[in-house]
Design a protein around this ligand. Sequence first.
Ligand SMILES: NC(=O)c1ccc[n+]([C@@H]2O[C@H](COP(=O)([O-])OP(=O)(O)OC[C@H]3O[C@@H](n4cnc5c(N)ncnc54)[C@H](OP(=O)(O)O)[C@@H]3O)[C@@H](O)[C@H]2O)c1
Length: 340
Amino acid sequence: MKKYNVCMVGIGAVGTEIVRLLRKRNFPMAKLTAFATRERMELIDGKPVEVKVATGPESFNGYDFAFFAGTEGAKGASKTLGWGAAETGCTVVDNGDDFRMDPRVPLCIPEINPEALKNHHNFIANPNCSTAIALMPLYALHREAKIKRIVCCTYQAVSGSGAAAIRELEEQTRAWAAGGPIPEPKVYPAQIAFNVIAQIGSESKDMPGYTSEEAKLGRETQKILNDASIQVVSTCVRVPVFNGHSEALHVEFHTPLTPERAREILSQTQGVQVVDDLARSIFPTPLRATGEYDAFVGRIRRDPTVPNGLSLFVAGDNIWKGAAQNAIQIAEKMIEMGLK
Ligand SMILES: NC(=O)c1ccc[n+]([C@@H]2O[C@H](COP(=O)([O-])OP(=O)(O)OC[C@H]3O[C@@H](n4cnc5c(N)ncnc54)[C@H](OP(=O)(O)O)[C@@H]3O)[C@@H](O)[C@H]2O)c1
C-alpha cells in the first residue's frame, strides 16, 4: 500500500488530536512533521513529533497532505501558507474558517458529500465543529423528508476555543475549589467556570445581531447539503464543559417524518448512534461522546408547533468529528476515491 508524507500546521488542541488519530487509524504514513511558531520536539502519547517552522511554500515540498490547524485570519497559517502549500502538489485540509465558502474549495463531511472532493484544487475545507456535529444526523433526515428550516441552540465546550481556553476553565475551577479568588478571564469575555457565555466569535458582518459562529452554521449547512433554500437560525453558547459540543435542533421538514421513522433512519446512518430512552433517562451527553467517532442523537420527538416538525438533541466530540477526525476522513476518502 502506498504511504504518504504528512505534515501538520499547528499542534494545539486540534493538531495534537490529528497526530493521535493518524496513529490510531493507521493512516498510511511514511513521514510525519509538524509546523508551528517555534522549533521544538513535542511528545504526544510518549512518542516524539518534530516541530519546525514553515518559511514558505518550499517547506511543503515532498509532502502529500498538510493538515492545517493553526490560527485563522490575515496573519494566520492558512492565509499565509495554505495556497502556496497547495501549489507544491501537497493537498491542504484546512480546519479554519478562512476558505470554507470559497467557491474553489470543497467543504466536506465524507459521509455526506464525498462527491465534492472531485472538484478540489488541492485545498479542502473542514467544516466548523458545530456544523459537522449537527449535520451528522440531519443529512440522513434531509434525504428522507427535505429540511425547510432549522432552529439550533448549541452548548459548546471550551476545547473548541483551543488549548488556552481549556487551561482557563481548569485554572478558574481549581481556584474556586481552593477557595481563592478566581483569575480574571483572558480567553473569554466573562468567567467561564460556573457560567455560560452567549457569544461565540465576533459580531457577524453579514448577519447583524448574530455572531460569526451562528452565521457559519447557516451558510456551511447550505453548502454541504447543497441546498441554499434551507433556513437556519441559531444561538451559540459556550458552556463550562471541557470537551464535546451538544446541540438542541428543532427542524421543520417539507414532508411528514415521524419520530419512529427518524429513529429507524438514524439507527442505520453511518457515523450516528441513537441514544434515546427518556423513560430510562438515556440521552446524549458530551462526556459520553468524548473520544468517540460517532455523533450521538436522542430526545427525538415531534415538534407540535409547526407542520412536519421534529426536535432532537445531538452531542459529538468537537475535536474529533468536529475537526481532527473529519480532516483525516477527508484524506482517507481522497485516497479511496483515487484522488491522491
Ligand atoms: N478546537 C476545535 O474544536 C476546532 C474545531 C474546528 C475547527 N477548529 C479550528 O482549528 C484551528 C486550530 O484550533 P486549535 O483549537 O487547535 O488552536 P490552538 O490550540 O490555539 O493551537 C494553535 C496552533 O497553531 C500554531 N500556529 C499559530 N499560528 C501559526 C502560524 N502562523 N504558523 C504555524 N503554526 C501556527 C500554534 O503554534 P505554537 O504551538 O507554536 O503556539 C499552535 O500549535 C483553528 O482555525 C480553529 O478555528 C478548531
